[in-house]
Design a protein around this ligand. Structure first.
Ligand code: ATP
Ligand code: MG
Length: 577
């Protein structure tokens, strides 16, 4: 195992010391809260606190349009805009706790309505703008949407045909019309024009609902996950310890708010920590991305393994081509980050890529490679201060903690940290099933090494049982990716009478490599040598691409369903190539 000594030493100088003295109560004291014990409101902490202080003229959000021109909003300007939108909701007679949805690209209106809704203590739910009508309908109806903010084009293409089926959707607000279309279909600019630009945030209880997020749908039907205002504490400390935010840092999170990363770390955590947040409207493009890092002098960059793998496949050597001297931290989440990617970061940017683990349900980062720590490539890192995380064996609904190192088990988190979800909406049974006593079951398998680092094994649903071995697809995929011909790999278990399940790999070859028997045999031979014949894939199929969710996760369940000729299940989050 290679370890990388990290040179960056900022907030978390001594992990053990911070762990020992940490408390959520003291963390709460570092934020201002609403006046006179009226609670912690996410929008207050993210915007008003700074707008009323020394950061008022600092850029909170910079929106980069597709043509690379950009528009800045200072904290003071965001305070006005979000107050206006809170007043819009009030003027429309929306009640606290009602659900406000967005369906839009990464445009300023999306961020203004998100924070304005939180200010008003209604619940915000962002959807991916690329969803088709049915996924949008499913989420609006399951999520009991009262208001939807969208653009005229998306209204025409996606929403219009659904309106009759959504009787409780009271208003649709279009971002780009100057006058209301009807009593129900209103103009954002007109409403904002008529609204006052100051708003006094009402008392916000720690348990008041704040955000609704649908999961990525990697393992099945997406779940509607509800979070509360108190989650701001997790956003604040993860911003500080994991992302190493310092006031006025320039930070870019590549995720869309339709995926929880794009909200927790594309809006809330950075703004609570007073940084300048870059928002790029365009989709992935390697040279555009590198240019953005250079032009906007980005210090901290949060992205996902799927994007990193795409960058790794290109010939561009960023260090030689771009001036990236301002970049001091790169982080990744969403899927396991292969050790090769961490090392590629070290070689190409001079800094390792820091992996961290969390889920829609945990609302914020839970396990991380902290900037001040020695990084073990391939490991997810260590738990967040204030959150107890363990490995457990689960048998017949009984949970036993595993204390010895290197033993695989279920990754479980002790209830009681602020950003743990409070509900799967309309699915109480499913919610209850996630808990045994005080422990939340993440659905992932992992192990802890002797130094306390966590290592991801796989999703419990994806684990392959072959000839008496339990094989995590990630382990096999990581090995396959070390073969020089392999660009990407996805591994499933295929039922086979004698050995239980057979390991089958779907492989995307690097450009220029030939998809023939020789290549197949070479990869298989390599895998056998590296992993042993029991674990190495028995079958390899070359494919053009691997199906993924919009948040970039490999849809192994879809590969498996197709392989076995079974129904494909919910494909609402499938990325269309
Ligand atoms: P669904 O719950 O609908 O099946 P999902 O679990 O992919 O979808 P998310 O909440 O977006 O929805 O993703 C969280 C999951 O992503 C984690 O449970 C884990 O399986 C995976 N994941 C996230 N970060 C990492 C990481 N750093 N290493 C390994 N796996 C990760
Ligand atoms: Mg999940």
């Amino acid at each position: 195992m290679i370890s990388i000594k990290n040179k960056i030493q900022h907030h978390l100088l001594d992990y053990k010391k911070v762990m020992a003295s940490f408390s959520w109560e003291n963390t709460a004291k570092e934020l201002s809260g609403l006046a006179e014990g009226k609670g912690l409101n996410i929008a207050h902490e993210a915007i008003d606190r700074h707008a009323n202080g020394h950061l008022k003229d600092t850029v909170a959000l910079r929106f980069i349009r597709k043509d690379s021109s950009f528009e800045d909003f200072t904290y003071a300007e965001m305070q006005k805009q979000t107050s206006k939108f809170a007043n819009v909701l009030q003027n429309l007679g929306i009640q606290k706790g009602e659900r406000v949805f967005s369906l839009a690209r990464r445009i300023p209106e999306l961020y203004i309505t998100a924070l304005g809704t939180l200010k008003y203590t209604a619940v915000f739910c962002p959807l991916f703008s690329v969803f088709g009508p049915e996924p949008v309908f499913q989420r609006l109806s399951r999520g009991d949407a009262s208001v939807l903010i969208t653009t005229s084009a998306l209204y025409e293409k996606t929403v219009k045909q659904l309106v009759e089926r959504l009787p409780s959707l009271r208003y649709i607000i279009l971002t780009d019309v100057s006058e209301p279309v009807s009593e129900k279909i209103l103009s954002f600019s007109k409403l904002m024009e008529e609204a006052k630009d100051n708003f006094i945030i009402a008392e916000t209880h720690p348990e008041d609902a704040a955000l609704l997020h649908f999961t990525s749908g990697t393992t099945g039907m997406p779940k509607g996950v509800l979070h509360v205002h108190q989650a701001a504490l997790t956003h604040y400390i993860t911003g500080k310890y994991v992302l190493d935010f310092h006031e006025r840092d320039i930070y870019w999170c590549t995720a869309d708010p339709g995926w929880v990363t794009g909200t927790s770390y594309g809006i809330i955590a950075p703004l609570i920590n007073g940084v300048t947040c870059i928002v790029d409207e365009a989709e992935f493009d390697a040279s555009r991305w590198y240019s953005l890092l250079e032009t906007h002098k980005i210090n901290i960059w949060y992205t996902a393994p799927t994007a990193i793998r795409r960058l790794m496949r290109m010939d561009i050597k960023p260090k030689n081509t771009y001036n990236l001297e301002n970049l001091r931290l790169i982080l990744s989440v969403g899927e396991p980050l292969h050790a090769e990617a961490v090392i590629w970061g070290q070689e190409n940017f001079g800094i390792p890529i820091l992996d961290n683990w969390w889920q829609t349900e945990t609302g914020g980062i839970m396990i991380a490679n902290y900037p001040s720590m020695v990084v073990k490539p391939g490991s997810m890192g260590k738990p967040l201060p204030g959150v107890e995380i363990a490995i457990a064996a689960i048998n017949d609904d009984q949970l036993t903690l595993i204390t010895q190192p290197e033993i695989q088990g279920h990754l479980v988190l002790k209830k009681g940290f602020p950003s743990l979800f409070r509900e799967y909406i309309h699915e109480e049974e499913r919610y209850k099933k996630c808990f045994i006593g005080d422990w939340y079951l993440s659905g992932d398998l992992a192990k802890i090494d002797a130094d306390g680092y966590f290592w991801f094994i796989g999703r419990a649903d994806d684990i392959i049982k072959t000839s008496g071995h339990m094989v995590g697809p990630f382990e096999v995929e990581s090995t396959l990716m070390r073969h020089p011909a392999v660009a990407e790999a996805a591994v499933i278990g295929k039922p086979e009478p004698t050995i239980g399940e057979m390991v089958k790999a779907f492989v995307v070859l690097k450009t220029g490599k030939e998809a023939n028997e020789d290549t197949k045999m070479a990869i298989m031979g390599f895998a056998r040598k590296e992993m042993g014949p029991a674990v190495a894939p028995k079958e390899i199929e070359f494919v053009e691409s691997i199906p993924k969710t919009r948040s970039g996760k490999i849809l192994r369940r879809l590969l498996k369903a197709r392989e076995l000729g079974l129904p494909e299940g919910d494909l609402s989050t499938l990325e269309q190539n």
